[in-house]
Design a protein around this ligand. Structure first.
Ligand code: KIV
Length: 268
């Protein structure tokens, strides 16, 4: 089997970081886009609970249920051969370690996920540790946490002062210490993204966290220019100027790998 067809594993992502190779991640919610992403060489595909906004037209990710996540994960899994499938544990599906493990087990068994993502820092330590003890790979998510949107009050850059930046770095180290294999860092200053990536041995995947992260993720529909004009500054439309969707996705992968994306204008 060529490398292009061999499933990319969790240790392989860590090896990419160790070799200094950037990791290209995109979201997907259905089989046909998943196939496009896989063929373009995207390393990991995230079935994000952003599907609430992107697929269902909701204002936030909060209405998304575990059943929705399983359904879309299963669709995406059918389109993938190489890329690692990561699925979000949705809002309030992981109040306890047992609840998290039951939800994660369904995402893996029924949804075909190979890693689950959850939002939050030190308050999730016991949950991450419990999942990892059950041999479930975990991706953490720090910075802007869409599942906490009512507490945060809006989709603004996070950890912009020294004290909250220190707290975020501590949280990242705690998640890594609990056994997380990957970390998504959303909407934080580029300097902090670089500092967290250097401090951690696990790969840090940025979205609005600067070029110093070990990889990048965008919502697929955002990078194809779909949706409102009020896109966050970290979004780049890769379809503009491309001959089609497949070319745009290839351009994204190339731009992440070469470090050309994100540029300074996409950061905070
Ligand atoms: O739900 C999602 O798509 C995400 C990404 C924005 C990182 O969490």
């Amino acid at each position: 089997m060529t490398d292009r067809l061999r499933p990319l594993t969790v240790p392989a992502l860590a090896a990419m970081k160790a070799r200094g190779e950037k990791i290209a991640v995109l979201t997907a919610y259905d089989a046909s886009f998943a196939r496009e992403l896989d063929e373009a060489g995207v390393d990991a595909v995230l079935v994000g609970d952003s599907l609430g906004m992107v697929m269902q037209g909701e204002a936030t990710t909060l209405p998304v249920t575990l059943e929705h996540m399983i359904y879309h994960s299963r669709c995406v899994a059918r389109g993938l051969r190489r890329a690692l499938l990561i699925a979000d544990l949705p809002f309030m599906s992981y109040p306890t370690p047992i609840a998290a493990a039951e939800g994660a087990a369904r995402l893996i068994r029924e949804g075909g996920a190979r890693m689950v993502k959850l939002e939050g820092g030190r308050q999730r330590e016991a949950i991450v540790r419990f999942l990892v003890d059950q041999n479930i790979p975990v991706c953490g998510h720090l910075g802007l946490l869409p599942q906490s949107i009512h507490k945060l009050g809006g989709y603004a850059a996070q950890a912009t002062d020294e004290a909250s930046a220190r707290t975020l770095l501590e949280d990242a180290l705690i998640l890594q210490g609990a056994g997380a294999s990957l970390l998504v860092l959303e909407c934080v200053p580029a300097l902090l993204g670089e500092e967290v990536s250097r401090a951690l041995t696990i790969p840090v995947i940025g979205i609005g966290a600067g070029a110093g992260c070990d990889g990048q993720v965008l919502v697929l529909q955002d990078m194809l220019g779909l949706g409102s004009e009020n896109k966050p500054r970290f979004v780049k439309n890769f379809l503009a100027g491309a001959s089609g969707i497949s070319t745009a996705i290839h351009a994204y992968v190339d731009a992440v790998r070469s470090g050309e994306f994100p540029a300074a204008e996409h950061g905070y």
